[in-house]
Design a protein around this ligand. Sequence first.
Ligand code: 5RP
Length: 240
Amino acid sequence: MKANPDSVEIAKKNAALVAVKHVKDGNIVGLGSGTTIAYAIEALGERVKKENLKVLGVPSSYQAFALAVQNKIPVTTLEEHPVIDVNIDGADQIDPKLNLIKGMGAALTREKIVAAASKLNIIIADEKKRVKILGENNHPVPIEVLTFAIAPVTLAIGKLGGKATLRETKGKLGPVISDNGNPIMDVTFGAITDAAKLNQQLKMIPGVIETGLFVNLADMAYLGTTTGTEKLQTARKQTF
Ligand code: 5RP
């Protein structure tokens, strides 16, 4: 017999189910990564099957690709569809303006590319991901770096007041390597008062490929609880 999912899993699923309702027939759909998005991909697969919904998914990671295939959601590429109608993704921290920390699943670079290519960005998470300020509880900002640049990047981040640690794998010795073939560093700054500025400063460091600070990219967020969801919305300036 299956064990009852715990309250966090119920909350994640509730958020995912509401978000998937935004997908319309004919949409190109960005598929984020993580455990919350797994519920959304499953729910989208159900809609494809039951409603004969014609959608194409753009997976942001190998995990999302495999889940799409498993749930019979046809996939496409950014080459074929450089503009995405709706993107659904998870997050590690969400501030009141829906700025985010992402990347605990090491998929931040592709996730940010997919998010930036999307007309509508929906974030799903359990309500515990909501914070007053990014970096709260010393939560790290994941960054993807070039192996060649690990040491100078660590020094440059130190000058910005951050402490960078190479993320180690579990179940294998050595660093976590992203789907793009690069290591991931987790950087603690404490509370981040200006996420946009910090994101720019990090991106100016030679060897930093991408950061897990997602600023002004989300349009709405569904925060799941055991009984439902709370919707948060921004007036994001669309680039489309
Ligand atoms: C992966 C991510 C994930 O979306 C984020 O870590 C949230 O994951 P989960 O839904 O498992 O809590 O950014 O790079």
